[in-house]
Design a protein around this ligand. Structure first.
Ligand code: PNW
Length: 565
């Protein structure tokens, strides 16, 4: 099902659309030169067209966006297990599906890997960094396995040069990192910029660029300044005065100003869903709240969305024209299959998607929360003012998708025993016994990634997507075991094939970031869960690429061709 040009155009954000239209304008300039005869006109138009095509390809290559249409792919791979029509194929290593369908990546497809500040940097007390809610959560004890903290983590703050060299040796084309808000503004508020923090990220960004690795920057990956938590309750913002939202806007402005000459892809927030649900409903992540999930969860989500809107608006109004970058948000998205074909189960699956992904997507796409959330929550769901709606609408040039797992969804038999968010969602989940499970206990379902990308694309009119996180944790006590991480390698192979199949089916997916570049501090699991493609010995800080990393480096080098063999 090739994607139509109209669908492509309508899904491209207005700014990008006007760039494309400007390119078309160049063609008209040629016509105005009025050649003397028909032959000359044809020749001229031919050259003009060729120049236009070359120029478009060049611009696409520079921006790392896919050229249009997507059928210009150079590589061919197959889906895992089933082809896109649901027919079984011969498994992972066949070159084409049973019906001969080949799946492809565009030549401009971006292959990268990701980490976040608190999970890798360490040096939490160095160079003026202020405390965050995650430092507090760890130090309080009782929240994190073995009461570990990220005080040292991967010591990336000191070892970033070697880490970047390792990224280069693995052919990574982009590295998604996050900035620690409190390295830039130690107490969270503007007016007191910590130059040591600015210097650190300048060094890191410059080193990446020297190695031809594109820096992708997330502004907020969960390390909220403790001062904001103390002053106004963090994302709950009791001030009634947009204190957190304004502080985030100011912090974002400083980052755009200081780093935007070199950073062309910004992600405002990482997984506001996880922050809201794990931080304010389930209490398993900082700030560890769970008593008032039925209200606080939605307030925390609302303020994060407003913060995103504010930062994106600052970027678009004050920086985008000159810096020519793109801005988006990374959201959690795990596909839900209906358990049966009944209407109840199909509705349950859709409700689950809307209560997770739609919650953060729809305010940006249509200026409000999904209808089903309004219906089920009534007045508990915060409302957007007209200005806030306006700020959010169209605020993403692209959408980051973080996807890890899947489940079967069905309508619960009776009014549930859960409370808060899960009761509001009102969905029972189960797993298909044929699915693999990882060391987190999460089902790993490559085909669900293709279904997810298609679901998002169909429902939201084929927006520009990047997978900004996808990965798995394995039981890897020592480096030897980790070097044989066949499970993780297979995970990436299956998921990348699913991505290629989705692209072939018309999804506008332009890149993929493996989570994570290296083992790191896995939040409430401390160092007891390893998601890295590189093993980290936390005693010696030695890094060792796992089999999955070496395999991924070949994927990148061949643009995906080795998956087909
Ligand atoms: C993401 N879930 O978190 C985060 O962005 C990363 O920082 C983290 O290390 C990574 O995924 C692996 O956990 C998630 O419950 C937290 O499904 C929870 C879930 C998924 C992702």
């Amino acid at each position: 099902m090739p994607r139509s040009f109209e669908a492509t155009m309508s899904s491209i954000p207005a700014t990008e659309r006007s760039n494309l239209l400007a390119e078309e304008g160049d063609g008209k300039d040629y016509e105005r030169r009025e050649p003397q005869n028909k032959e000359k006109l044809c020749k001229f138009l031919g050259i003009g067209l060729a120049c236009f095509l070359l120029l478009s390809m060049l611009i696409c290559a520079i921006h790392n966006e896919p050229s249009l249409p997507t059928n210009t792919a150079t590589t061919t791979i197959t889906t895992s297990g089933k082809n896109i029509d649901g027919q079984k194929n011969n498994g992972l290593s066949t070159a084409s599906t049973s019906d001969g369908t080949n799946h492809t990546f565009p030549s401009s497809f971006l292959f990268g890997s990701a980490t976040s500040s608190y999970q890798v940097e360490g040096a939490t007390h160095e160079d003026g960094r202020g405390m965050t809610i995650w430092d507090t959560f760890c130090y309080e004890g009782g929240h994190v396995l073995k009461n570990e903290s990220a005080d040292v983590a991967c010591d990336h703050y000191h070892r970033y040069r070697d880490d970047v060299k390792l990224m280069k040796s693995l052919n990574l084309q982009a590295y998604r990192l996050s900035i620690a808000w409190t390295r830039i503004l130690p107490n969270g508020y503007g007016g007191n910029v910590n130059q040591a923090g600015i210097k650190f990220y300048n060094r890191l960004i410059d080193t990446l660029i020297e190695h031809n690795i594109e820096p992708w920057i997330t502004l907020y990956h969960w390390d909220l300044p403790q001062q904001l938590e103390d002053d106004v309750g963090g994302w709950l913002d009791h001030s009634g005065n947009s204190v957190v939202v304004d502080a985030f806007g100011e912090y974002a402005r400083i980052c755009f100003r200081e780093f935007g000459d070199r950073v062309k892809h910004w992600i405002t927030l990482n997984e506001p869903w996880t922050v809201a649900v794990h931080g304010y409903n389930d209490g398993v992540k900082a700030p560890g709240r769970s008593q008032m999930g039925a209200t606080e969860t939605y307030i925390a989500a609302h303020n994060q969305l407003l913060a995103h809107g504010k930062a994106a608006s600052i970027y678009k109004h004050e920086f985008a024209r000159e810096q020519k970058g793109k801005i988006g948000m990374s959201n959690s998205a795990d596909f839900r299959y209906p358990l049966t074909d009944s209407k109840d189960d199909r509705d349950a699956a859709e409700r689950a998607m809307l209560f997770q992904f739609g919650w953060f997507m729809e305010p940006v796409i249509r200026g409000d929360y999904p209808d089903v959330m309004r219906k089920r929550l009534g007045d508990r769901l915060p409302k957007f003012t007209k200005d806030q709606r306006y700020q959010l609408l169209g605020s993403c040039d692209f959408f980051g998708i973080n996807t890890y797992s899947s489940a079967l969804a069905s309508k619960p038999d009776s009014e549930s025993v859960w409370s808060g968010y899960w009761q509001d969602m009102f969905v029972t989940t189960s797993v298909d016994p044929s699915w693999d499970k990882n060391f987190m206990g999460w089902p790993t379902v490559p085909d669900a990634t293709r279904e997810l990308l298609l679901w998002i694309s169909k429902r939201y009119n084929y927006p520009l997507l990047y997978i900004t996180e996808n990965g798995t944790a394995e039981d890897e006590e020592d480096v030897k075991t980790a070097q044989q991480d066949e499970g993780r390698r297979r995970f990436f192979e299956g998921h990348l094939r699913a991505c290629a199949a989705a692209i072939e089916a018309g999804v506008h997916l332009a890149g993929y970031f493996a989570w994570s570049f290296m083992d790191n501090f896995e939040w409430e699991y401390g160092y007891q869960r390893r998601f890295g493609i590189c093993f980290v010995d936390f005693e010696t800080q030695q890094r060792t690429p796992k089999r999955s990393a070496l395999w991924y480096s070949k994927v990148i080098a061949t643009g995906g061709q080795n998956i087909a063999r």
